[in-house]
Design a protein. Sequence first.
Length: 124
Amino acid sequence: MLGIIRTGNVVVIVPSGAFEHKMSAEMEAKIFDYISRGVVNFLLDLAKVKGILSRGVHSLIELHARAREKGGTVKLCGLQRDVKFVLEFAKLGEIFEIFEDQKKALASFGITDGPRPYRGGKKV
């Protein structure tokens, strides 16, 4: 399941559950749609993601590449222990900016009014 919130020029995506094939495909479709409409900055709040499979890692790399080619970025926050381990093992900390929480990550985009509360399933 994906929660999606638009905050300024950033789309915050809050997936929950296991980051596997189905979630990867859904997230890619949503982000690619936003990119096609000119939105290129994304924050993935992974606080509710309990595990990530290789397909999820591949998806993160693909999303990052697409956003960058359009002049944007994908940043991550809220990594749980298991997810953090996998991303560190894959050396994705060299590709992504990773933040402790939404507030700090949004501040890196210049958004200082704080994150909006997550409403499960809320789509923008």
